[in-house]
Write a protein that binds this ligand. Structure first.
Ligand code: ATP
Ligand code: MG
Length: 158
């Protein structure tokens, strides 16, 4: 199914903003405006939803989230759609970053016990991104924030 990135993001952003108890500001930047890709609607929505959920959850106080979507013309893989979700939350220590995609893994934190979860979101995200032949990476600095970057083929190859 051909999905418009903007059309998928819009309701997700609204849902997450409305359901949150804390102030949430999500800015979106999609270039080109009509950026689209072929993917399963449910899988794609759930991938983005999980990453937005984390960006909000792991931002104490107010959540300041930016979502940047671009098309990339990679020499080897062809056309890709890149979605980068950035927050200014607690960040992830370098030595923990390789574990966060593992099933049931949660970073042990002393002061954020009220943040609930099963450690399944990123495991799901990584599995689904892999199913679509894509990739996910993270850049993060403790105390500064995190950016998760998802890359998916623009054209489905299955
Ligand atoms: P679930 O998603 O199942 O409700 P969860 O959010 O704890 O629970 P994941 O989404 O898989 O699980 O994330 C795994 C861990 O990675 C989190 O518990 C958290 O420690 C860390 N993490 C994930 N996203 C972020 C983020 N944006 N900022 C800081 N830490 C993060
Ligand atoms: Mg999560």
């Amino acid at each position: 199914e051909v999905l418009s990135v903007g059309d998928i993001l819009e309701p997700l952003i609204e849902q997450h903003t409305l359901k949150s108890e804390k102030p949430v500001h999500i800015s979106v930047d999609i270039e080109p405006e009509d950026l689209a890709l072929t993917a399963d609607r449910t899988h794609f929505s759930n991938i983005i939803s999980n990453l937005i959920d984390n960006a909000i959850k792991y931002s104490p106080g107010e959540a300041e989230v930016n979502i940047r979507c671009r098309q990339i013309n990679a020499a080897e893989q062809g056309k890709l759609v890149e979605i980068a979700i950035s927050d200014r939350g607690i960040g992830i220590a370098p030595e923990k970053q390789s574990h966060i995609f593992d099933k049931f893994y949660r970073v042990p934190t002393g002061n954020l016990h009220d943040v609930k979860g099963y450690g399944l979101g990123l495991f799901y995200v990584k599995t689904m991104v892999g199913k679509h032949g894509g990739s996910i990476s993270v850049k993060s600095e403790p105390g500064k924030g995190s950016t998760f970057v998802v890359r998916l083929n623009k054209q489905a190859d299955d």
